[in-house]
Design a protein around this ligand. Sequence first.
Ligand code: MN
Length: 396
Amino acid sequence: MIVDFPTAALPYGVFSQEHRRPRLGVGVGTRIIDLDQAATTGRLTSVDPSLLTTGRLNELLAAGRPTWEALRSELLAKVPTGELGDGREQSGVNMHLAWEVADYVDFYSSRHHAENLGRLFRPNAKPLMPNWLHMPVGYHGRAGTVVVDGTPVVRPSGQHAVDGTIVFGPTNRLDIELEIGFVLGGPTVAGSPVQIGDAADHLFGVVMLNDWSARDIQAWEYQPLGPFLGKSFATSVSAWVLPLQALESVRVAGVEQTDPVPKDYLQSDTPWHLELQLEVWMRPAGTEEATKIAAVSSVEGLYWNAAQQLAHLTVNGASIREGDLFGTGTISGPEPEQAGSLIELSMGGTQPFQVGGQDRTFLNDGDEIILFGKAVTEHGDIPLGPVSGVIQPGRH
Ligand code: MN
């Protein structure tokens, strides 16, 4: 999917043409500029060329924040002048997953989403679990099944209940989760938690993320150890990784946390919420047009921010590696049309919603989902790359 990036964005992506190997590039306008070529021909001088010539972001991620900033400064200076060439139209290249995902964690940091799901999954209990307001709750996901924008998603099979009987078969409740993903770099050593004040040294950039979820499989398996096969079959991310530096002007404080006050390691005076406008679009099977089905602001939707999530992720001394990824958790607002998942939009599958003249509760084979995100600034919009996927029938 082609995106028109302003020069304030300069997101990274990995592309290939015809049978050539994947190369690292940077997006500007509707074009992508070849950083591999710029480095090997001596036109980029701020960083070691070997960081830009491996066809993935991992080496740059490992190099750390001073290197990230040096490269971005040079790109901001040289891309607009054409010094790095005109690049190629996005329409003429294939985009790839921009980095090799190391570990993947998914949080659950939208209070509205957690309360909505708590009511649906545990109707007779308090919607929030007792730990939820004390820490960013999360689970470890499956890094090897993170896929890039446009990759089809095969309907998963598993054990689930049908009319009170446990069966094995394709999920009947295939869902999406609207999330932002954070790509990490600047590795740490075991035993040394990332202090919340040092979060910027490790948060390289953001992607749009869809945490595909099979709700019936999830409901049967998730107690007591959390999500497993209901989510591990696929997680989609955008092809473009937007550096956090591009979002400086939309960093805000977010919701005040007073009841309870978080532990010291989760407290920071730095505004760490990103104000992003997020949208969910669906193109129903057999149709040409996609329709917007939900929209929410990430600030309105999220209780815990990325710095708190990173501090919590490492507070036990767990080290991080370049290429680690974490998701915010589904981002939902208080209103029904601000829901970041179909289980919320359809009230647990009981109230179908209309899209393109069709009724939906969960996803049909052939449906396409596209998640969009952008920062609205006084100098214009800064888009994140979108993330899309079409559902293919299960194979079993
Ligand atoms: Mn999720």
